[in-house]
Design a protein around this ligand. Sequence first.
Ligand code: T5A
Length: 211
Amino acid sequence: MKKGRFITFEGGEGCGKSTQIKRLESYLKEKGVEVLVTREPGGTRLAELIRGLLKDEKDDPPCDRAELLLFLAARAQLVKNVILPALESGVWVLSDRFSDSTFAYQGYGRGLDLEILKIANDFACDSLKPDLTLLLDVPPEVASARMRKREKETNTEADRIELAGDEFHRKLREGFHALAADESDRIHTIDASGTPDEVWEAVCRSLKRLI
Ligand code: T5A
C-alpha cells in the first residue's frame, strides 16, 4: 500500500525542473518530511547506464521504437527497485520527469501511437501514477537561451535529444499541453518563464493541495 506522496516535474528542455526540485526538497526536509529525489531516465545503476545510451549514442542512435523501449526499461527498474519501496515506507518521492515525458516526447514528438504507449508504460511502471505533476512551461526561445547559457558556463554540449530540432520541440510542448488538459486535476501547468523565485511561488501554490 502506497503511503508516501509521488510528485513529478515535467516540461521541455531547460524549463527549470532541477532548480525547482532542489528547492522543494529543502522545503519538505525543513518540514520534517523524508524525501527521495530521483530522475528519469536514471536513478539506479542500470537505468543510469541506459541514460548514457539514450542521451549520447550518436554512431548507432536508437530508432524511435528502441528509444521508447529503453526509456521504459529504465523506468521499470526505477519504479520496482526505488520508487515503490520508498513510497511504501512513507517517503515522498520527487522525480525529474516520469511517464508524461514518454507521452510528450515519444508520442507527440516522435509520433508513436499513444494507445500503445499507454499500455506499454502501464506495464513498465506497474500502473503507478504521480499524485501531482508540475508542468513547467516555457516558450522554446526562453528554454533555448537558458540551455545555451548553461552550456557556455559548464563547457558542455547539447545531447542527442536536445538536438532534435525546433519542430520536434514545438510538437512536444503541444503534447504536454494536451496531457495537462486531459488530466487537469493531476497536472498543474506553471508559467516557468519568470525568475526562479517567481516559479517557486507558483510551485508552492500547487503544492497546497498535498501539504
Ligand atoms: N526523455 C525523458 C524522453 O524523451 N522520454 C522520456 O520518457 C524521458 C523520461 C533527459 C532527456 O530525455 C528525454 C527528455 C530529455 O531530452 P536530461 O538531461 O535529464 O535529459 O534533460 P532535462 O530533463 O531537460 O534536464 P535539464 O537539466 O536540461 O533541464 P531542467 O532540469 O528542466 O532545467 P534546470 O533546472 O537544470 O535549468 C536549466 C538552466 O536554466 C537555469 C538553470 O540555472 C540552468 O542553468 N534556470 C533558470 N534561468 C532563468 N530563470 C529561471 N527561472 C531558471 N530556472 C533554471
